[in-house]
Design a protein around this ligand. Sequence first.
Ligand code: ATP
Ligand code: MG
Length: 479
Amino acid sequence: MMPERHNLKNSITHPVFRQIGNVSDQEGVETYIIGGFVRDVLLGRKREVFDVDIVTVGSGIDLATKVAATLRPGLKVSVFKNFGTAMFRYNDIDFEFVGARRESYRQESRKPVVEDGTLEDDQKRRDFTINALAICLNDNRFGELLDPFDGIGDLENRIIKTPLAPEITFSDDPLRMLRAIRFATQLDFIIEDKTLAAIKSQCKRIEIVSKERITDEINKIMLTPSPSIGFKLLEKTGLLAIILPEVQNLKGRETRNGIGHKDNFYHTLEVLDRIAKNTDDLWLRWSALLHDIAKPLTKRFDPRLGWTFHAHNFIGEKMLPALFDRLKMPLNEKLRYVQKMVSLHMRPIVLSEEEVTDSAVRRLLFDAGDDIDDLMILCEADITSKNPDKVSRFLSNFQLVREKLKDIEERDALRSFQPPITGEIIMETFALQPCREIGIIKSAIKEAILEGEIHNNYDEAYQFMLAKGKELGLIAKQM
Ligand code: ATP
Ligand code: MG
């Protein structure tokens, strides 16, 4: 081990750290930085926003309050009495204080019985060896690294491993199984064999964890550069079948009459990794994960056509509210956005397979509205054929669709389509009470615009309305 690895004085230059050390000396308590901050310093991982966890062998609330008072009069300290923690924000960094503790757990709950403990007790209850590293802040030991479980070795070998026997760590808090997979994905680390085996054997215990926490971890996996790492691990450990059975069911391939279909689980993961290169939008990434979820339900074998997944986009769209609800994801415009992406995900592809007509492009633009660019990103990510000729043909046709989209959009302003003629105008013109004919005329105008028979403007639509009214035997009022 390199000697400077044991002293990290030069890596913790933020003045608040010295201040925490000084106040701790005055109070006669030992205090350490612990957890993610230490791990990321050792990894040289730069983060835009971060929080720092401070553990003291004493009262975390007292220490936080006293340190805050020396930093700035009136600096707000949030105290969570039930958890024995306190935090303040200083220079955009969250400092979280907790007293060192030991914990014991009961089978049926994540809520432990907590007692005061030593630093080592506290390190033992941490989730992984790489998250159990501590740096002392007291003046005479400032920068000293405390690493009872060889977290340094695991950082060097890029390994996720629990400090205690993994069955104990995971049984105490099953959320840690998901955290293991999340860290493996974020850091591109390997989960140590015994740790992985313990996740497999205890995967069912994830059921006692709240849906919000589960979703939070899935979202963190989703937002990494290669989310597939995490989903493969979720699948392998049995967790995926419990938390996202719809995605688990995509796995597998079948062959009949010598015709096989692709494994939609691995296809989906490829789409997800491909889209991750082009967007950081969480909901567009979710759309990629869920775009084919109705394939298992709609799968049929037709001796003439081979495998079909008829209407899997629409059925998929209908499966989403229940899935979002179960995972406590937002049932608002985010859900509606993912539904739209799933229902439309094949449209640009179908377009690029045929001759790209203006009217088909107009219809796509009308249906996708402002989400058209996202839809194109999803669709491009969905092209995962192993055949390079096929891929390059798709991509060049796609380019054509993009150009046509741009062209038509400039002319027709269809992205935020508002009918140029309203129901009121129609009623006024023909002196009508609410009736069927109004709807007929309105949709005829929309069709005429989408078909390119008239332009998307008031004058042309007005003339069209008059002609259509005449056809229906209506008489326009004299103006
Ligand atoms: P990040 O902030 O990137 O999510 P982190 O390691 O800082 O990573 P936090 O959730 O902020 O993770 O937790 C801070 C520290 O608290 C962890 O490093 C770990 O030591 C400990 N910790 C958090 N959650 C758990 C848990 N469920 N079980 C055991 N220890 C935990
Ligand atoms: Mg953190």
